[in-house]
Design a protein around this ligand. Structure first.
Ligand code: SF4
Ligand code: SF4
Length: 288
């Protein structure tokens, strides 16, 4: 049995100040951070106790990797025999020195560049540190129309062997022209998947069966987008909880959700790097 787990604990703070984000320049109290650390420790112990093969994507509200306890937890998880992958969404502002200790076969990063918060040069410099450490990662950001040239510059600035993804701004229908989509596809050939809310009601999705979301208290939902509780990893018999169930939402528009939608067949595109968003080379490098 193999599971892919999205973990989001009670952390809710960030060192960056993106103006659209509720966590911009927010701080947790010492007590809140201690609670988050304790939750994470309990989660790591649970993973250690399981027989299943487990891949983990941390999707914190805010920035986790500036916290030493996230660094320690990820390092430990990367060395566990039943862990297939440990990865996190990060703005890459943390130091990289600690990554010397991770198991590089199983550790990877989903990095996001924030054009309003740092420069391409600084971000590319951090990417070079990852390259020197042999850490696998993807990099990208939300490609607003006015930022397409920044996306192209990011592509030029970092290692050509690293996949650069672009998220689509979807709140305004038909926001992009055909030409803009084609231009973005020169950087990210998989961009078109992200421009849509995929019809998902009644569709077969691995969320709730082989992949699920967990919060700091162990409460499970099938994915981040359907809030109905399906159990608790510390209390439930997961063999009773996890089963194939059709999606109950009308659409699924976020990469961390629709990659599990069977009809899109994206498991074949990403294989065992689905959590850190690194497609197999044949799906993106040929056009670069
Ligand atoms: S880096 Fe991410 S979490 Fe932090 S303020 Fe920006 S969007 Fe929010
Ligand atoms: S299609 Fe999206 S919303 Fe529906 S169950 Fe899967 S991940 Fe959740």
């Amino acid at each position: 049995m193999s599971w892919l787990i999205l973990y989001r604990g009670s952390l809710s703070s960030c060192n960056y100040g993106c103006d659209y984000c509720p966590f911009a320049k927010t701080k947790n109290t010492r007590a809140e951070l201690a609670k988050d650390a304790q939750e994470l420790e309990q989660f790591v112990a649970w993973v250690k106790s399981r027989k299943e093969k487990i891949g983990i994507l941390f999707t914190p509200w805010g920035e986790g990797l500036i916290r030493k306890y996230y660094q320690a937890a990820m390092t430990e998880l990367s060395h566990l025999p039943n862990v297939t992958k440990v990865t996190i969404q990060t703005n890459l502002t943390c130091s990289t020195k600690w990554m010397e200790q991770v198991n590089k076969e199983k550790f990877a990063l989903w990095t996001t560049f924030h054009p309003t918060q740092t420069s391409i040069e600084k971000f590319a410099h951090k990417c070079q540190e990852l390259d020197h450490l042999n850490i696998k990662y993807s990099a990208g950001f939300v490609a607003f129309k006015e930022d397409i040239s920044i996306l192209e510059a990011l592509r030029q600035a970092i290692n050509p062997a690293v996949y650069v993804w672009a998220n689509a701004y979807k709140r305004i229908p038909n926001y992009y022209t055909k030409e803009e989509i084609e231009r973005i596809e020169q950087v990210d050939p998989l961009f078109r998947y992200n421009t849509q809310y995929h019809a998902s009601l009644g569709e077969s999705c691995r969320a709730g069966n082989t992949t699920f979301s967990v919060d700091g208290d162990g409460n499970m939902t099938r994915c981040h987008f359907i809030k109905e509780s399906i159990g608790n990893i510390y209390e439930s018999d997961l063999s009773q909880v996890l089963k194939p169930t059709p999606c109950t939402n009308a659409t699924c528009g976020c990469h961390i959700g629709y990659v599990h939608l069977d009809k899109l067949n994206l498991a074949a595109t990403y294989e065992n790097s689905i959590l850190e968003r690194i497609p197999k080379e044949e799906f993106w490098r040929k056009t670069n």
